[in-house]
Design a protein around this ligand. Sequence first.
Ligand SMILES: Nc1ncnc2c1ncn2[C@@H]1O[C@H](COP(=O)(O)OP(=O)(O)OP(=O)(O)O)[C@@H](O)[C@H]1O
Ligand SMILES: O=P(O)(O)OC[C@H]1O[C@](O)(CO)[C@@H](O)[C@@H]1O
Ligand SMILES: [Mg+2]
Length: 440
Amino acid sequence: MIGHEDLTVRTLGPCRIDSPLADRLAARETTQHSVVEDDRILFDDTISMAGVRGVPVEQLPSLEPGGPRQRIYFDPAKTRVGIVTCGGLCPGLNDVIRGLVLELCRHYGVRRIVGFRNGYRGFIPHYGEDVVDLSPEVVQHIDDEGGTILGTSRGMQDPEEIVDALERLAINILFVIGGDGSIRGAMEVVRVIGERGLKIAVVGVPKTIDNDIPYIDQSFGFQTAMSEATKSIHAASVEARSAPGGVGLVKLMGRHSGFIACYSTLAKDDADYVLIPEVPFALHGERGFLEHLRRRVEDRGHAVVVVAEGAGQEHIEEHEPGRDASGNVRLGDIGRLLRRLITEHLDDAKVENNVRYFDPSYAIRSVPANPYDSAYCLRLAHAAVHAAMAGRTEVIVARRRRRFVHIPMALAVSRRNHVDPLGDLWMSVLEATGQPVRFE
Ligand SMILES: Nc1ncnc2c1ncn2[C@@H]1O[C@H](COP(=O)(O)OP(=O)(O)OP(=O)(O)O)[C@@H](O)[C@H]1O
Ligand SMILES: O=P(O)(O)OC[C@H]1O[C@](O)(CO)[C@@H](O)[C@@H]1O
Ligand SMILES: [Mg+2]
């Protein structure tokens, strides 16, 4: 069970400098829409969950609210900031970079901001990467494009060398925009910073189209990616409905978590089946997926199947399980396997079929953020700047149940966010598709 110690945010020291934003904060109080800095946000949100703890309200586990502070730790005029983007692409990376730079420059008056190129390798001299000076002029309109103007990479880098670079450039604050691996990397950087007795804040903005970071409502870019995915589902549905025995099969990203598959399915209401990593399924047999699909095609003349790339890995026999440069498992291709098995199964049953396979792959994550995600990115960037200027470190900023909060990095990587097979989301998917609870 999560307790106080899991939610405690580290700070570099007391805040002794008046914030340039202090005037705007004077009239604030905790309401439905904002939480003042010395208030706390409850971790549990049901009476039953809070009740089992058996302690008074003020002793319930709680999170530090995000947002500006009256007093800050860093002197803006003397503060140097670094920004890095790591891991796979995600819509909104440029929005976050832009938001950080604008907030730092315009509201705090920070004048020296550099971007490290191509993820953590941008710190390592061996790669010969330059750094990019970031100013409001440089970041103007970068949100119009997908990707990241800084570039990104996978692969392990030595945290000692990363901190060497921070020291050489006299960086006081490092913003890491990345997923679970990037946050683990940031924790290594924090460890070395601590060992060297340095006062450098490291603040993360969690990024993942897979939505697999726990304890947050949704990661930025997820909404855009799932919206893009709906285009392929709709195309698959049009193809399926336009051919005798039409089967539209769509494989979507989602290594360990099937959120993209679930939400894009709900958005279009075109799919008859959704297969995700969190819910194992049998392929063969009377109650297996293939036989169910055959009946659906015979009854209705067509069907649409959405599969998350991490689903059904146990069915892929020839796959050599390897790892990428960052240590992430390389998945077998469930989409191609299903395409072959569906065709063979329908052929064997003498059911006329036309299987159309869609793999939008990187197309769902390389697009610019949609307006909702852009606004969310900007607000996350603001929260990250407020946290860092107030000396918070080893922390990510996130929105949880509509409130912006500080979440210790250790908690953010303590587990993965999954679609709960017993939860409301999966129930909605079952209702929307009409598929059985289990294929067994
Ligand atoms: N366990 C780890 N310990 C230290 N550093 C790590 C670890 N895992 C990853 N990193 C660092 O973080 C970077 C990004 O990690 P990774 O490639 O796993 O992407 P990610 O941040 O998890 O994003 P994505 O959502 O795309 O997987 C790597 O290049 C590596 O330098
Ligand atoms: O970018 P790569 O290394 O091909 O990795 C792809 C993976 O990255 C993700 O997009 C997460 O960033 C996953 O959905 C996908 O499995
Ligand atoms: Mg990852």
